[in-house]
Design a protein around this ligand. Structure first.
Ligand code: PGA
Length: 262
């Protein structure tokens, strides 16, 4: 069955760019990425560089997202940048990225508060879910995904939740060069859609976009984008190579053309 969900290619710039490095890299990307109305390309630079990049960005080509954001809108939280501070700068924010969950001990309940704070401030959360290698080997993948999804969506109404994006990122595939097999990805994405249908209804399940992330590059992107229930990719390492990233955008465009029968 055809779907009319727009494919998203998201670049999580996990490099600690300075403002001038980020600006230089954006310039290169603007030269190499060809824009297509049917493909949404979203860049996630570090928080320091968001503001200067927002003045440089070609908005016909790219949207901006934040890699993280704090859930309290205001108050004494030294060092935190709230979703309220990000609201005029970004369209999207990553919540629950595995590096936040594992390196910074973010619990499901913090992730849920962040998703809620994003929506409250008019920012679309990209809720990241995924199992560790140990959990996969112990056959716990679906249970983990189920727990992360139900917790992450907990504070959202069904209308709010059906507008968000979910990224399936198996922890063992992030930054390792070891990507999941397309049939593994398809199985989990279909499971996520089923869970969304149960939690929020059939309409939400048809509507919600689900991305795959974990060692996606220009060589393997097509195999994930060819999965009809997969709506795009969240790319870390390869998003820092402007040629690779622009090739992924082209692959997405070809897939979208096929999907819409053009
Ligand atoms: P990777 O990172 O593409 O380098 O595996 C993915 C991510 O950070 O979301």
């Amino acid at each position: 069955m055809r779907n009319n969900r727009k494919i998203m290619i998201a670049g999580n710039w996990k490099e600690h760019f300075t403002v001038s490095e980020a600006s230089h890299f954006l310039h290169k990307l603007e030269e190499s990425v060809i824009s297509h109305h049917s493909i949404e390309v979203v860049l996630f630079p570090n928080i320091l560089t968001l503001q200067p990049l927002s003045t440089q960005l070609d908005r016909r080509k790219f949207r901006l997202g934040a890699q993280d954001g704090y859930y309290e809108d205001a108050g004494a939280y030294t060092g935190e940048v709230s979703m309220a501070m990000l609201r005029d700068l970004v369209h999207y924010v990553l919540v629950g990225h595995s590096e936040r969950r594992h390196l910074f001990n973010e619990s499901d309940s913090i992730v849920a508060k962040k998703a809620q704070a994003a929506v409250r401030n008019g920012i679309m959360p990209i809720l990241c879910v995924g199992e560790t290698l140990q959990e996969r080997l112990a056959n716990e993948t679906k249970q983990i995904i189920h727990n992360q999804l139900t917790a992450g969506l907990m504070h959202l109404t069904s209308t709010e939740a059906s507008a968000i994006v979910i990224a399936y990122e198996p922890v063992w595939a992030i930054g390792t060069g070891e990507f999941a097999k397309p049939d593994q990805v398809e199985e989990v994405i279909l499971y996520i859609r089923k869970q969304v249908a149960e939690l929020l209804g059939e309409r939400a399940s048809r509507h919600i976009r689900i991305l795959y992330g974990g060692s996606v590059d220009d060589q393997n992107a097509r195999s994930f984008l060819d999965i009809s229930s997969c709506d795009g990719a969240l790319i870390g390492g390869a998003s820092l190579n402007h040629l690779k990233f622009s090739k992924v955008v082209e692959s997405a465009y070809r897939v979208q053309q096929q999907r819409t029968g053009q």
